[in-house]
Design a protein around this ligand. Structure first.
Ligand code: FAD
Length: 332
């Protein structure tokens, strides 16, 4: 494999119902830094149906080139058609790096592409850098239960690939009117050649605030004592218009679903305000919320590690303090 043939940083652009996933714009921000350091171009790869017009947004967020595969066969995400399109693009234009959001779609597509190319894949990356002269990607992620950061290298293959957690990179300020090169591509693939069909799309109808999009998160831990005690977390979230978060121990106890779990094996969140109530502050939890704008901890143990990570801490019993907060915010 001649590494000199592989040039450029790519971001797989995730699109759903006409909108670009925020993580893709964050990755363009991270990719821009890598591309500038290497002196190579930054490209977005956009696959879908009726998506071509999104190119301008991608240029404004930092892409130099946008490769588009726009056809009815890409109407809903399915592994095979998307994988074939991306493989086709890789074979034609040979990138040195491809970044994907660590979302269900990004994880699925990246692992399928990695197997077929074949190349390596670093999953759930939280830090990225690149060696200026060799182009070696330094993809770091928590390992050994979050106790160390492991930097994973792909020395033998190209492209180097990583999935990156949402909300850990920062999108650039868009530059209105910034333009770039649009490259329209296609593949020959018939519907009957694809083994999966989308029979029905069921939309989530909950009015509850999504944890990955919330400005305020009220998160509860094992200190809430029981599923009934955890209702106080829901009540405080309700009066604040906040999303509910939880530690892994709470999820494992069955008090709330896994989609609410914050941390290393849950979601990474960066709300403006994060309440950590009855949460001890284990490293595996902290890695998922430590970049929140303002962290307010309530814990009855003054030595709980969460107090090292918060901006404001209240030492006391959640069952006394949270009802007071609910009353206060109801009247505010
Ligand atoms: P505890 O550690 O039991 O803490 C409960 C806290 O509540 C204590 O600090 C206590 O002082 C306080 N408290 C008790 N009663 C009250 C009261 N009445 N009022 C106020 N405070 C009170 N954890 C995650 O959260 N997310 C992850 O993604 C995650 N991934 C992991 C991955 C691996 C590989 C491993 C090994 C662990 C992972 N964990 C994760 C688990 C993590 O190590 C901790 O066990 C977990 O975060 C602890 O949850 P907790 O803080 O709710 O419970």
């Amino acid at each position: 494999m001649n590494f000199a043939d592989y040039k450029g940083i790519w971001v797989y652009i995730e699109e759903k119902e006409g909108s670009i996933a925020p993580v893709s714009l964050e990755l363009l921000g991270a990719g821009r830094q890598l591309a500038d350091k290497r002196g190579v171009e930054l490209a977005g790869v956009l696959i879908g149906h009726g998506v071509k017009h999104l190119d301008q947004t991608l240029f404004e967020y930092g892409a130099d080139t946008v490769y588009v595969y726009d056809a009815p066969i890409f109407d809903h995400y399915r592994t095979e058609p998307y994988m074939y399109a991306l493989l086709d693009c890789c074979q034609k234009y040979k990138p040195e790096v491809i970044l994907y959001g660590a979302t269900p779609t990004g994880k699925d597509l990246a692992s399928a592409v990695a197997t077929d190319l074949p190349t390596g894949l670093t999953a759930d990356t939280t830090m990225l850098d690149i060696e200026e002269d060799t182009g070696l990607l330094l993809a770091s992620r928590p390992a050994f239960g979050g106790n160390i950061m492991a930097t994973i290298l792909c020395k033998k293959y190209r492209p180097q690939m990583a999935t990156v957690r949402p909300k850990v990179m920062t999108a650039l300020q868009p530059q209105p009117g910034r333009t770039g090169k649009l490259v329209e591509e296609s593949i020959l693939l018939r519907e009957e050649d694809v083994r999966t069909k989308v029979l029905e799309v069921v939309r989530e109808t909950t009015k509850k605030v999504r944890i990955d999009e919330a400005d305020i998160i009220v998160a509860g831990g094992k200190g809430m004592g029981s599923k009934e005690g955890f209702q106080l977390i829901h009540q405080l979230a309700e009066v604040l218009g906040a999303a509910v978060g939880a530690s892994r121990d709470v999820v494992e106890a069955g008090w709330i679903g896994h989609q609410h779990q914050v941390g290393q094996t849950g979601v990474t969140v960066t709300p403006k305000i994060y309440f950590a109530i009855g949460i001890s502050g284990a490293i595996q939890h902290l890695v998922g919320m430590q970049n929140s704008g303002l962290i307010i901890a309530i814990n009855k143990d003054p030595n709980a590690p969460i107090f090292q990570a918060c901006h404001y801490g209240i030492v006391g019993d959640a069952f006394e303090i949270v009802p007071l907060l609910i009353e206060h915010f109801k009247q505010a």
